[in-house]
Design a protein around this ligand. Sequence first.
Ligand code: NAP
Length: 262
Amino acid sequence: MNLGISGRWALVCAASKGLGRGCAQALVQEGVNVVITARGSEALLVTQEELKALNPAVEVRAVAGDITTTEGRAEALAACPRVDILINNAGGPPPGDFRDWDRETWLKALDANMLTPIELIKATVDGMAQQGFGRIVNITSGAVKAPIDALGLSNGARSGLTGFVAGLARQKRLASRNVTLNAMLPGPFDTDRLRATLAGAARATGKTVDEVTAARRETNPTGRFGSAEEFGAVCAFLCSVHAGYITGQNILMDGGAYPGTF
Ligand code: NAP
C-alpha cells in the first residue's frame, strides 16, 4: 500500500530510541522528511545517520534538546520547514507512591506528558488546517485505558492529554480540513524504558533480569513484547492519506493484554 505521504515533513519528538525512533523510521521509509529530537546528541546523531541510510531520498534533521522546555520546542519547530505530521512523545514519568509526590513532581509530569504535546499541537494545528492536511499522533500509554498503580503520574497526566485531544479532534474547523488527532497507547514494547523497568523489578525481587523478563512476556497473550518497528508501522498508517476518517481515537497496541471486550 502506498501511504501517499512521500515528500511530507514530520516532527517526531523524542526519537533517538524506542517508539519515537520506530515512528521516524517508518515515516522515512515512506518518503517523509523528518526532524527528530532527543536530549542526548550522541544516540540522536547515530539514529540520524541510520535513518538517512534507510532512505537517502529524504531529509533527516536532528535537533538535540529537551522537548519539555520552551526552547527545546522552539528549536524543534524551527528546524521543520512545515509540520504536516506531528508525533508527540517524551520520556515517561517515574513510578512511585502519590503520597511522596509534591506539587513540583506533578507539574513536571504534566509538563512532559500533557502540556508539551498541547503546546506543539497549538503551534501546528491551524497551519495544518489551512493547508488541508495534517496528522497528529500522541504516543501515550496503555495506562490511559487501564491504570497502572505505580504509574500514577502517567495515569493522570496522559489522561488529561487524552481528554483534551478528544474534544479538539472533533472541532469542525480541524476535522473538516483533513486534520486528524489520534493517540497510540503502547502496552509492553521492547525498548530501553521497558528494559530499565525490568531491571528495577529484578533488583526489587532478587530474581534475575532473565527470569523477570520471561515472566513478563508470559503474561502477554502473544507471549512476547512488541517491537518499535511494529509500532512505527501503525503510526505511519495513521499518518497516511488513507486514515483521514480516523480521528479522536485511542489505538491500544498491547498484544491483547487489556482484557476487556471493548
Ligand atoms: P525509550 O526507549 O527510553 O526512548 C525514549 C526516547 O525519548 C529517547 O530517544 C530519549 O532520548 C527521548 N527523550 C526522553 N525524554 C525526552 C525529552 N524530555 N526531550 C526529548 N527527548 C526525550 O522509551 P520508549 O519505550 O520508546 O517510550 C516512549 C514513551 O512511551 C514514553 O513516554 C513511555 O513512558 C511510553 N510508554 C512506553 C512503553 C514501553 O513498553 N516501551 C509502554 C507504555 C508507554 P534522550 O534520553 O537522549 O532524551
